[in-house]
Design a protein around this ligand. Structure first.
Ligand code: ZN
Length: 141
């Protein structure tokens, strides 16, 4: 049997869906021992995000800013909680093409603008054993 020793994609952040951003920030501040370092609106997704730096990984809190937001749907169905894992991509276009060819379902065929100066795209959880998976790549400029 062969084992894989090459390094996989780096976990960039963990997304957590919340109902009330202020409340969630206070709780995660207590939990993690650091304050949120950035709040950012992502209008295309209808969310406000808030980021915590945990050294090797970030925590991204996501709160819906309107009822049609995917986060609003998620929270009303499942309550607040773990929402997605985001892996750092060096070439998001080719990663998306590659995963599609391997049978994963893309929610976004093309990467789009996300929070934190990133291009982002999601793979559908029905093709990833229930784990909503984001690929993200730092924007060039
Ligand atoms: Zn994310």
């Amino acid at each position: 049997t062969s084992r894989i020793f090459v390094q996989g994609m780096k976990l960039e952040h963990i997304g957590i869906a919340v109902e009330n951003l202020k409340e969630a920030e206070l709780l995660f501040e207590k939990l993690l021992g650091v304050a949120s370092y950035k709040r950012e609106n992502v209008e295309s997704e209808g969310v406000t995000t808030s980021f915590f730096d945990c050294g090797n990984v970030k925590i991204e809190l996501l709160a819906a800013t309107d009822k049609s937001s995917p986060i609003a749907t998620f929270v009303s169905k499942k309550g607040p909680g773990l929402h997605h894992l985001a892996f750092e991509s060096k070439d998001i276009k080719s990663d998306l093409k590659d995963r599609k060819e391997k049978g994963f379902t893309l929610i976004h065929e093309e990467a789009k603008d996300g929070a934190d100066n990133k291009k982002i795209s999601f793979l559908h959880p029905k093709s990833t054993m229930g784990v909503l998976t984001e690929f993200c790549q730092e924007k060039e400029e």
